[in-house]
Write a protein that binds this ligand. Structure first.
Ligand SMILES: [Mg+2]
Length: 326
């Protein structure tokens, strides 16, 4: 999606993720068809587009796309990169995590070695298939790279009893946290599990709105929130969530939802501005794409975000050999 204004082109994407987003791409086209003109009429620089009635009723991915375009335009008018416009205190650098698929311990150790050489120090591992093999894998990684930080994501694989048993086995490795351990992730069950494990628990799929976050906080269900902007909506809603979490000392970690380059870059800016400093964000997923508009290497250097100037992403489009023609 592009917006031409003030002699510049601004970019965003609306990319609902099948199986995760409530809406699908047909819903998005229908909404845009019905409301496209109304959005154009509402677009004023001196009014926060996120608060327009028309956008408040849009599906989250539509809200995200239109809101980030609007804020990119405003940032440009202030001659600031998006992250700095959103938070004048924000730093352009922030650690990024690498994600490992399930592999043999030897293969995984080789991957960690390569990624470690590229500067990554936080590694996210999917668990939930074969706990003993997963423990062997983590043990192998920790033996070879004792200083690396391990994050786990169980993607709702376990019932309550399995979660207690498996987290007990994983405690030994002192992971940073485990995402979505429970197949039935109601806030009460998560709170009960939290009382029975030393591993901090993180909510990912369970976070769709400020209301969800309020429930998780009031039930003391989680230690960490994983935020996927495409599933949440406008920048204003995302900021509401991060402010709510911060007021309860719960860190927020931004990650992409298998998004292409434009959204990964926007998520990186949101992370630098609104994410919790010191926690690696999860935007290094570009290698999963065979073709893309531009690759991660433009904004992730030495395992850290390196966000630049207001001319992003235009200069990335031009210089990337893997780019698609837009
Ligand atoms: Mg997850």
């Amino acid at each position: 999606m592009e917006l031409q204004a003030k002699g510049h082109t601004f970019w965003s994407e609306i990319a609902p993720l099948p199986g995760f987003s409530y809406e699908d791409i047909d819903d998005v086209y229908f909404w845009l068809d019905q409301n496209g003109r109304g959005v154009e009429q509402e677009l004023h620089l001196n009014k926060n587009m996120d608060e327009a009635d028309i956008l408040a009723k849009a599906p989250p991915s539509v809200q995200f796309g239109i809101s980030t375009l609007f804020h990119s335009l405003r940032a440009w008018c202030e001659q600031k990169p998006l992250f700095q416009y959103l938070n004048p205190e924000a730093q352009r650098g922030m650690p990024v995590n690498a994600t490992l698929g399930f592999d043999t311990p030897e293969k995984a150790a080789q991957k960690v070695k390569d990624l470690h050489r590229k500067g990554f120090r936080t590694f996210k591992l999917k668990v939930g298939k074969d706990i003993h093999a997963e423990c062997d894998l983590i043990q192998h990684i920790k033996k070879n790279f004792p200083e690396v930080n391990i994050r786990l994501d169980a993607n709702r694989a376990w019932d309550f009893r399995q979660a207690i048993e498996n987290l007990k086995l994983l405690e030994h490795f002192a992971p940073e946290y485990c995402e979505e351990p429970l197949s039935n992730p109601d806030p009460e069950s998560l709170a009960q599990l939290r009382d029975n494990t030393e591993i901090p628990l993180a909510a990912d799929e369970s976070v769709r709105s400020p209301n969800d976050v309020q429930k998780l906080i009031s039930q003391k269900s989680v230690d960490v929130l994983i935020l996927k902007p495409m599933l949440l909506g406008s920048v204003t809603i995302i900021r509401e969530i991060t402010e709510l979490a911060a007021s309860h000392h719960i860190p927020c970690i931004f990650t992409s939802t298998l998004d292409a380059g434009i959204v990964r870059l926007l998520t990186a800016h949101l992370s630098a501005a609104l994410g919790s400093p010191g926690y690696a964000c999860g935007v290094a997923t570009g290698s999963l794409f065979r073709q893309d508009v531009f690759s991660d290497e433009h904004f992730i250097i030495d395992g850290r975000l390196q966000l630049g100037t207001t001319s992003e992403p235009d200069r990335f489009f031009e210089s990337d050999p893997r780019r698609l023609n837009l």
